[in-house]
Design a protein around this ligand. Structure first.
Ligand SMILES: Cc1cc2nc3c(=O)[nH]c(=O)nc-3n(C[C@H](O)[C@H](O)[C@H](O)COP(=O)(O)OP(=O)(O)OC[C@H]3O[C@@H](n4cnc5c(N)ncnc54)[C@H](O)[C@@H]3O)c2cc1C
Length: 418
């Protein structure tokens, strides 16, 4: 029988893929089939991983089948190849899936095995990661047994998913060790390959002031060459060394292997993507979203959400025979945990630097930009409920997709220093 349906195929059902699938099912006409491809049975709420090492809740997973709207078809297989000219995807069982429109949302993952020595002697005892649930749990045991010493947080290379997470880890470690009476006999050292704590100067200044206030040491421009688990030493390419008693490493991130193999990805497997339209460059009918792209904006769930709003509008336009308009502005919003029950909102876009003021409602909030507040912390902790019940089901959320200037103030560092 002739297939008269049109097919939107979404590769990857993480944060971005699930929002796009659910929102598209609501927006596209009924002669469009919405298919999502993902081999893994469970969906993890990744922002919750940050709290696991400090005794936070570990119930961060849901059956993936429960995250899809009625009418979304889930193919529980991996992707092994995309033929963009033939408009078809080869699945891990060699079956072929044709598409009219394709969205690549396969995210990225940290690869500790790419760092010399990291996964050798001491891996899981002295050297840890917290970007997976198993890793975060192991780190929780290690921190529970930590009796003081040098705790080093090392970002090996960028980009990584959620560039704030390692900074938040350092802040939370400070609060954790203080609460346990171990702060005086501990040193917390943040080792980064960059020359600053964050890519945006105002936020970097604010975070740097807070690091200094909390007596957290920062080592910049440290390009990690190797980890020596036997002597507990981190070595850089320019011959510097940092000793550790406990190392928390954020390993280099890579995209999907089949993207790397194709002409349309960069060397790390990130899809070359137009920053405004989210079209995969040089590929017709292919879009990319979330952590899978090579865009310079942050790899983060909030970014994936804002991108999804722009992309789904365009998918609906294309389905209606209209031209897509794009318009993603690089908007990112982070509630950054700073410890002791407080967090700081950092909100910016490609064109607008982080500033002070309230968000999302001017003058009301409840969140405050570039200030540590309890309301910001409550927002961060309450977000898990919003994630499962608002964000993933693609319900309207009370946050603007595009960055605005209303409600902004001068940088708070100008009138309220630490
Ligand atoms: C510790 C931590 C804390 C974080 N905190 C925050 C925060 O506070 N705020 C924030 O905005 N963001 C945060 N993030 C980042 C956020 O979770 C990610 O940016 C977001 O999940 C990216 O969504 P994505 O859909 O692009 O990728 P993912 O959610 O990672 O989904 C990718 C999906 O693709 C699937 N997949 C992979 N390969 C294939 C394949 N070959 N075939 C089919 N499917 C495949 C995977 O199974 C997965 O389901 C945090 C991340 C971490 C690790």
């Amino acid at each position: 029988m002739l297939d008269t349906m049109k097919h939107l195929v979404i590769l990857g059902a993480g944060t971005a893929g699930t929002i796009v699938a659910n929102a598209s099912r609501h927006r596209l006409p009924s002669d469009w089939q919405v298919v999502v491809v993902d081999p893994s049975a469970r969906h993890t709420y990744q922002p919750g991983l940050l709290f696991v090492p400090f005794g936070g809740p570990t119930d961060l997973e849901r059956p993936r089948v429960d995250t899809f709207a009625h009418g979304v078809d889930w193919v529980r297989l991996g992707v092994s190849e995309v033929d963009a000219l033939g408009r078809r995807v080869t699945l891990s069982n060699n079956e072929v899936l044709p598409y009219d429109l394709l969205v690549v949302a396969t995210g990225c993952r940290a690869r500790p095995d790419l760092v010399e020595g990291l996964t050798g002697e001491g891996w899981g005892t002295r050297q840890h990661e917290f970007y997976t649930l198993d890793g975060a749990r192991r780190l929780a045991s290690a921190l529970d047994g930590f009796r003081g010493g040098r705790l080093v947080v090392n970002v090996v290379d960028t980009p990584i998913t959620h560039p704030m997470a390692p900074l938040e880890f350092a802040f939370l470690a400070e609060a954790f060790l203080t609460a346990r009476g171990l702060r005086a006999q501990s040193e917390i050292v943040y080792v980064t390959p960059d020359d600053t704590l964050f890519a945006r100067p105002l936020a970097a200044k604010r975070l740097g002031d807070l690091f200094a206030y909390k007596n957290l040491k920062v080592v910049t421009e440290f390009s990690t060459r190797a980890v020596d688990g036997a002597t507990r030493t981190l070595r850089s390419f320019d011959g510097r060394e940092e000793a550790y008693d406990l190392l928390v490493s954020i390993a280099p991130h890579v995209g999907a292997h089949w993207v790397e193999a194709g002409a349309w990805g960069d060397a790390r497997g990130f899809v070359r993507t137009d920053p405004k339209t989210l079209r995969a460059r040089a590929m017709d009918h292919v879009f990319a979203i979330g952590d899978a792209t090579d865009l310079p904006c942050a790899k983060a769930g909030s970014v994936a959400h804002y991108q999804a709003n722009v992309l789904v509008d365009d998918l609906a336009r294309i389905a209606a025979g209209e031209d897509p308009v794009g318009g993603f502005d690089g908007h990112a919003s982070f509630l950054v945990e700073t410890g002791h029950g407080r967090a700081m909102l950092v909100d910016y876009s490609n064109d607008v630097e982080p500033q002070g003021g309230t968000f999302p409602l001017p003058g009301i909030g409840p969140f405050t930009r570039l200030e540590e507040t309890r309301a910001n912390h409550w927002g961060r902790t309450a977000f898990q409920w919003m994630y499962w019940n608002g964000l993933l089901p693609a319900r309207p959320m009370p946050v603007p997709t595009h960055m605005g200037l209303v409600g902004r103030e001068l940088p708070p560092s100008l009138h309220r220093p630490y």
